[in-house]
Design a protein around this ligand. Structure first.
Ligand SMILES: NC(=O)c1ccc[n+]([C@@H]2O[C@H](COP(=O)([O-])OP(=O)(O)OC[C@H]3O[C@@H](n4cnc5c(N)ncnc54)[C@H](OP(=O)(O)O)[C@@H]3O)[C@@H](O)[C@H]2O)c1
Length: 317
């Protein structure tokens, strides 16, 4: 097992991905883009959904500039819409039937949307995009994952999962909306609970598929500007301005924990990985701190059932 002192994992350590088919969300930008680039470089075939075909094709052409001939299929997926997820999953079933996927990386996310927004399904945007959508996507694609060792489902969470709470009477921020340390951290804690509970359920069914998780620490991407501009508390903005040059890393380094969780032979079932440095903000991937609430089995069970109800699917791995 990886320990704080032993891993120096970088993108160079990604083993050959030839003959492996990867589906990664949110890969037109940031950490997802860097992870997709490295997987393509190592020969993976990639299914590349984005919110528009233009976004997908633009990112794919940037990857092909570095990896000529990379086999990448663009697609449309809006994780904030249950209908879009169902349509995308139906397309995957049609174009890649049977047990056709080696790796599913639930990476896409949005952070600190300034005002509470509801999706077309009436769910709070961050909870829907970051958690409900990936849960439904995983449930629908599960039959397409190869039931063999080496197959993984990677869920990208965040260090702020440690600040999160699951409020069953406020899942959609209907009682109170706090963009960052309410809705966002709840969604990212939910991701981590899902990742851990999924592994327990895979174990119970005897599946060889692994559920692993990652967080990138503090990586400079569009995440900090696409949602939160102007809504962060002043104290948080001062701290991040001070921390940024000292404690942040670029998106390529931010992708290392995700790549590690996706491909390292050293991961453990249910393993969750983040950067090694101060407060897990930057550094090489190592086992990350799992928020105590993500170890609460009763909470995980209740959240799973409630999620099944909200997305309208029963997910029994
Ligand atoms: N950067 C960090 O420091 C940090 C820290 C902790 C956790 N994370 C997590 O890392 C993951 C990747 O974030 P990032 O930093 O790489 O940010 P990013 O550059 O903003 O990338 C986020 C990706 O998610 C996609 N996305 C957003 N809403 C979507 C939706 N409704 N449907 C489908 N795709 C959607 C975005 O697409 P568009 O281009 O269309 O918006 C983009 O491709 C997220 O889960 C985030 O929570 C990041």
């Amino acid at each position: 097992m990886a320990t704080k002192s032993t891993t120096k994992f970088t993108a160079n350590d990604v083993p050959s991905q030839r003959e492996r088919r990867v589906l990664i969300t949110g890969a037109n930008s940031g950490i997802g883009y860097e992870a997709a680039l490295e997987l393509a470089r190592k020969g993976a075939e990639i299914i590349f959904p984005a919110r528009s075909l233009d976004k997908a094709n633009d990112a794919i052409s940037r990857i092909r500039q570095q990896v000529p001939g990379a086999k990448i299929t663009p697609a449309i997926l809006d994780l904030a819409s249950l209908a879009s997820i169902r349509a995308f999953a139906a397309r995957i079933s049609f174009e890649f039937p049977g047990e056709s996927l080696d790796l599913l990386i639930n990476n896409a996310g949005v952070m600190a949307v300034p005002q509470r927004e509801l999706t077309v399904d009436g769910y709070e945007r961050q909870f829907a995009t970051n958690y409900l959508g990936p849960f439904l996507l995983t449930a629908l694609l599960y039959p397409h994952l190869k039931p063999q060792s080496g197959t993984r489902i990677v869920t990208v969470s965040s260090g702020v999962s440690n600040q999160g709470k699951i409020e069953f009477d406020n899942l959609q921020s209907e009682r109170a909306y706090s963009p960052m340390f309410g809705a966002y951290s709840q969604s990212k804690l939910a991701d981590l609970i899902f990742q851990q509970e999924l592994q327990r359920r895979l174990n119970a069914s005897g599946s060889p598929i692994l559920s692993t998780g990652a967080h990138p620490g503090y990586a400079i991407t569009n995440l900090q500007t696409s949602g939160p501009a102007g809504v962060m508390p002043i104290g948080f903005r001062i701290i991040s301005t001070i921390l940024k040059p000292l404690a942040s890393q670029d998106a390529a380094h931010g992708a290392f924990p995700t790549l590690y969780a996706a491909v390292s032979p050293d991961v453990t079932p249910g393993g969750y990985y983040g950067p090694s440095g101060f407060q897990e903000l930057k550094g090489y991937p190592v086992p990350a701190k799992i928020a105590p609430l993500a170890k609460d089995l009763a909470l995980a069970k209740r959240l799973w059932s409630e999620t099944e109800r909200l997305v309208g699917v029963q997910f029994t791995p």
